[in-house]
Design a protein around this ligand. Sequence first.
Ligand code: PAF
Length: 275
Amino acid sequence: MTKVVTTVAELRAAKALLKPARIGMVPTMGALHDGHVSLVTEARKHADHVVVSIFVNPTQFAPGEDFDAYPRTLEADLKKLGDAAAIVFAPTAREMYPEGFATTVTVGGPSAGLETNFRPHFFAGVATAVAKLLIAALPDIAVFGEKDYQQLLVVKRLVRDLDLPIRVIGAPTLREADGLALSSRNAYLSADERKIATLLNIILTDTIATARSSDLRAAEATAIEALWKAGFSHVDYVAIRDAESMDHITALERPARILAAAKVGKTRLIDNMAI
Ligand code: PAF
């Protein structure tokens, strides 16, 4: 039976009852789909018990973004998890950020550029919440999706730089049959927008083939043009970067990653793939 707790004190007491055991953690913002379940399944491969946190973190949304609209579906989330999680930690914003909260965790390195160019507040919000969640639960391992690839690298750097005794594991992106990466935000898409959305992964796949035989900047520019032509309402970026550091690269000499963010109507989608 999953134990649902809402305070750090309750979380620590519930976790103490699970000992001795290896604990895994999967931080989420809820609205759980099969992609999240696959992260929990991955965590269970490395841990005896899994803590899933469900917290729509206000500090990673800028004014005007979808914080208010973001789906909050705790009952359905608990059903979706079934018995896969030993503990669900669903704190209130007041529990995470009590009156007078004055600390922000900022991570340099892989947070430079890409998402930061378009959502400058984002990684400080993520890093602050994730640092608090990891310190509250102190798991042995924590699983984050490769779907948010830059975020995964930022979390790895945070854990390394703060010497948190936690192994961060990246889990592959789960996709619909047509290749669209699973995301809670896909729920915002109309039927017509859904048809355009699937072209993101198709164009990225084509761009990987182009990048292998052409200049990387030219391949990125071709992909951006293809996204506009496909009906995306805005293209934030398509970028080919070093897969470990997010540094700029000019040739495919080391593991690389293609990353993209684009809007269909008002919905912002991100995706990425290994090269
Ligand atoms: O990827 C997410 O769902 C969120 O950014 C995270 C890691 C749970 C932090 O709020």
